[in-house]
Design a protein around this ligand. Structure first.
Ligand code: FAD
Ligand code: SF4
Length: 459
């Protein structure tokens, strides 16, 4: 088996010694500046490294909610998502990743404040389950863990694959999947020095993420199915900052540490205490010049929460018509009215949690009221919010080559085969039929294991 990865291999020494900005620019596609075009535009960081986005993710591990598994099974005909069928794969993933709850010793005050706010409001909350058994709370997950404590796939699945005989070629961008009349024969690869190579194989598994997979299929003349590139969900997110009377020092402790799920089932809103790595959080502060300098002097008093909403699949990858000439995809995503309302609702909920935890001021990032000091002021600001002023980001694109039993609706069949081909399989975030409604890595990995079992049986 040969694994081809466009990005480079990063070592723990690179994370320990590299400057945060260099790590950020190197670990993400487009230097971290990928955007889904729309109103408002959505900032969409996507990892590019041996180990994929798990190298930069926060380590948060959720099983897909049962109602999501049932929806995938019943509405999309995705048999492996049946809760009984998926359970052993979910167990396997959690065991491999060594998933466990964030202990109080590394939680940090940012997470504690979220839990305190939830207790004050009587809302359900919990320390987050993560795959970082040796975490010391250095808050750098999104730029590579300097302790190798976060168990991304570069530290478990890939070494396991290499032990079983796989080879990894980094700095290897697959330009096309090679095939003869839809029957896989291998892949063509280009490297950054301009050299090219081909790898010949009669089984090819495309796992290039939700943005790149459709583009690769189109470049390969394999993306004829009309739903390739459609059905993009982003699980969009917003952050809110609060100034507290006592120091928070949000960059000490686990980056994503605690969650409030009170509004999750009914409203699709999942709130998580999510800080930024040391020195990288100034964008949450309002103002510029002297005002910003004053704010920065007070930065250790700032707590940061984030909320994600279960969204409708209102986006798509652009570029189908360019086919083989498509060098990189563009994404288009337009928030629906329902999802805009959900984001505004989420802001109100996060603000309430901050005030319940003792915040003196909540920083909304809204131009009409960048700072509010009471729930009434917050509600006033949110009552007239213009969606274009929302600073939306997203970290969980899914669904652009969805798997399912309906050959009209799903470009990939329920076992992971790309329809109309022989020997071309697809997995990763791109096959999820709809937003998983939680941080998706565990769902993605469990379905990938199910697809892998099917491949082994089929070939
Ligand atoms: C900052 C951040 C934090 C996150 N935190 C969490 C979290 O805490 N918990 C969670 O569950 N999820 C989290 N996620 C999301 C999660 O990591 C991703 O959903 C998941 O890794 C996607 O898996 P994937 O295999 O589909 O794609 P990826 O992990 O993105 O892997 C795809 C790989 O394919 C490579 N590739 C693409 N095109 C080509 C090509 N043509 N040739 C060769 N290689 C190519 C890419 O470089 C990339 O390395 C986070 C995401 C981000 C950005
Ligand atoms: S919080 Fe720090 S130590 Fe813990 S996993 Fe993230 S980067 Fe590693």
């Amino acid at each position: 088996m040969v694994i081809l990865e466009e990005g480079r291999r990063w070592s723990v020494a690179d994370f320990r010694d590299g400057h945060p900005i260099d790590r950020f620019a190197g670990l993400y596609r487009d230097g971290g500046a990928t955007v889904a075009l729309g109103r408002p535009p959505v900032v969409l960081p996507i990892g590019r490294a041996v180990g994929g986005t798990t190298v930069v993710n926060s380590g948060t591990c959720y099983r897909p909610p049962t109602h999501v598994q049932q929806r995938w099974r019943d509405d999309h005909g995705l048999a492996p998502a049946d809760p009984d069928a998926l359970a052993p794969y979910l167990d396997d993933v959690e065991e491999t990743l060594q998933v466990g709850p964030v202990p109080p010793s590394v939680m940090g005050r940012n997470g504690t404040l979220l839990l305190t706010g939830a207790t004050g409001k009587g809302w359900t909350s919990h320390p987050i389950n993560r795959n970082a058994p040796d975490c010391v709370g250095s808050c750098q997950c999104s730029i590579g863990c300097p302790r190798n404590a976060k168990f991304g796939v570069h530290l478990n699945a890939l070494p396991q694959a290499c032990d079983a005989g796989a080879r990894i070629i980094s700095h290897a961008r697959v330009t096309t999947v090679l095939h003869r009349d839809g029957r896989a024969t291998g892949v063509a690869v280009r490297r950054p020095d301009g050299s090219a190579l081909e790898v010949h194989a009669d089984t090819v598994v495309v796992a290039a993420g939700a943005a790149e997979t459709p583009a690769l299929l189109w470049r390969s003349s394999l993306g004829d199915h009309p739903r390739v590139g459609r059905n993009l969900s982003l699980h969009p997110a917003l952050g809110l900052a609060g100034r507290f009377p006592e120091p928070v020092v949000a960059w000490e402790g686990v980056l994503q540490s605690a969650a409030v799920d009170e509004l999750h089932h009914e409203h699709g809103i999942l709130i998580e205490a999510t800080a930024t790595p040391p020195g990288m959080g100034s964008m949450v502060l309002p103002g510029y010049g002297r005002t910003l300098v004053r704010r920065l002097a007070d930065a250790d008093h700032i707590g940061v929460f984030g909320a994600m909403i279960a969204d409708e699949p209102s986006g798509r990858v652009l570029g189908r018509r360019l086919g083989r000439r498509l060098r990189r995809p563009l994404l288009r995503y337009d928030l629906t009215r329902r999802d805009t309302d959900r984001l505004v609702h989420a802001m109100g909920a996060m603000g309430r949690l901050m005030f319940a935890a003792g915040a003196e001021e909540v920083l909304t990032a809204l131009p009409n009221a960048p700072s509010v000091c009471t729930v009434v002021e917050l509600d006033d600001a949110l009552a007239s919010v213009d969606p274009l002023n929302l600073h939306v980001a997203a970290f969980h694109p899914t669904g652009t080559a969805a798997a399912g039993s309906d050959d009209q609706r799903s470009p990939v069949d329920e076992c992971g085969r790309l329809r109309g081909t022989t020997g071309v399989w697809v997995t990763g975030a791109t096959v999820l039929p709809s937003c998983p409604e939680v941080n998706p890595q565990v769902s993605i990995m469990a379905l990938a294991l199910a697809i892998a079992d099917g491949i082994v049986t089929a070939v």
